[in-house]
Design a protein around this ligand. Sequence first.
Ligand SMILES: Nc1ncnc2c1ncn2[C@@H]1O[C@H](COP(=O)(O)OP(=O)(O)OP(=O)(O)O)[C@@H](O)[C@H]1O
Length: 500
Amino acid sequence: MPREAPWVEKYRPRKLSEIVNQEKAIEQVRAWVEAWLHGNPPKKKALILAGPPGSGKTTTVYALANEYGFEVIELNASDERTYTMIERYVQAAYTMDILGKHRKLIFLDEADNIEPSGAKEIAKLIDKAKNPIIMAANHYWEVPREIRDKAQIVEYKRLTQRDIIKALIRILKMEGKTVPKEILYEIAKRSNGDLRAAINDLQTVVTGGVEDAKEVLAYRDVEKSVFQALAQVFATDNAKKAKIAVLGVDMFPDELLQWIDENIPYVYYRPEDIARAYEALSRADIYLGRAQRTGAYSLWKYATDMMTAGVAVAGVKKKGFVKIYPPKTIKILTESKEERTLRDSVVKKIMKEMHMAKLEALETLNYLKAIFENNSEMAAHFVVYLDLDLKEVEFIVGDKEKAKTIWAKSMNIEKKLKKEGELEARAREIRKEFEEVETTEEGEEIEEAEETTEEVQEETEEEISEEELEKATKEIEAVGRKKEEKKKGKQATLFDFLKK
Ligand SMILES: Nc1ncnc2c1ncn2[C@@H]1O[C@H](COP(=O)(O)OP(=O)(O)OP(=O)(O)O)[C@@H](O)[C@H]1O
C-alpha cells in the first residue's frame, strides 16, 4: 500500500510569510541575509536559530533559500564528517560564487550537539566563511561557547495552542477534511508547542478514522518514546548517538528490531545501503536467537548495538524529517477504518457461530487467514458456515482474485444446501401430513417419499447434477400432491358426513 506523503513535508511553508507567529525572528533573519547579498557581510557571519522543536527553524532556512535563490547544504552537527564537509563548502562556496552559480547556504542542524573538540575548528571556519552559515539548536546555551561568540542569535518562540490549532485548520481545509473540535484541541494540547508533532498526530487521526482518535492518541502516547528514539537513530550517522538514542525505550530488543525493520526502506533509498542496513539487522537477529537459546541475555547488548549503530551507519539517508511507522504486526490501530470494521464484523461472526470469546476468535481469525490463503475449498465452507459477505472474504484472504474464487465456490455450496433444505422441509411436511391423516394403504408411499429424500441427501453429499436434483424434487412434489389430493378427499367425506 503506498503511503501518503507526510503532511509535515506536504504543508511545510515555502515562503517566509507563511511561517506562523515568528515575525520578529524572520525579520532578523531577512536583515542578516540581505546584508550578505548586498556584498556587505554582517559582523557575525553565522546565525543561530534557537528555539523549541517544531517551531519553524528548519522551515525558515528552506523558505529563505527558496526566496533568495540559495542552495542549501544541510549538515548535521552530530555527524563526525561535518567538519571536513564545512571546510569543503566554505571554500567551494567562494568558487561557485565567482562562477555565478547558486550561492550556497550552509545549514548546520543540532548545533547544540557539536563536540567541544570540533567547536574551535568550526569557529575558525566561520571566520573564513564567504557564504552564510545558519545553525539551529533547541538549547542555545549548549552550543559551544566559541561558536556562540561568532554567531548572532535569533530566538524562536514556542508556538501557542492557538497557533497550532490555526495551522491544523489550514491543513484540514486544504485536505478537505474535518475533525471534531475537541480532538483538535487535544492534539494541540499534547503537542506542547511542537507543530511537527501536532501535524503528525493530525495525519494519523485523519487517516486512521476520527472515531478512534482518542485511542490513536493514547497509542501514540505510549509509543512516543520509541517514535522519538527511532527518529534519532535514523537521523544520525554517529554510532554512539544511535546506541544512546534507544536507551530509554521500554521495549524488548526483538520488538525494537521489528520497528527498525519496518522503517529501513523509508530511511535509505540506495539499494546497497538498504542491503547493508538489513545485514546489520540480520546479525542482530542472530544474537537475539542465540540469547534466547542459551539464556545468555548479555548478548542483547550486541544485538541492540547492531540494530541501532549498525543500521545508522549503513549509508546515505533520505533528506529531511524521518517519519517513523509502527511495524505491521502490531499495527492494528493504524489500519484503515474499513479494515477495522471488517475485522470486527468477522470476529463477531466467529464468536457467535463458533461460541468463542473475543481473544479466541481473534486467534481463530489468524487460522482462517492461513486456510483462506491455501485452501479455497475449505474456505468456501467457512464462508457459508459463518455467513460472510464478499468484502469480509476479501479482508480475510487479502487478495481480490482469491476472494472471488472462494466466493464462487461458497455460492455453489449455498445453492446445494438450499436445495437440500427445501427437500428436507418438503419431506418433513409430507411426513407430518401422513401422520395426521390415518392411513394404511398410503404407508408405502410415505416410505417411498422418504426413500427418495434420503437418496437425494446421500447423493448430495457426493456430487449431483442440477438435473438430477430437479428430477428428485419433482418426484417428491408429485408424491406430495397425490397425498394432498387423498387428504382433501378424505376431509370432504367427513365434511359431507357432518353436513348430513
Ligand atoms: N512557525 C511555523 N509556521 C508554520 N509551520 C510550521 C512552523 N513551525 C513548524 N511548522 C511545521 O512543522 C514542521 C516542522 O517544523 P521545522 O522543521 O521547521 O521545525 P524545527 O523548528 O526545525 O524543529 P527541530 O528543532 O525539531 O528541527 C514543518 O514541516 C512545518 O510544516
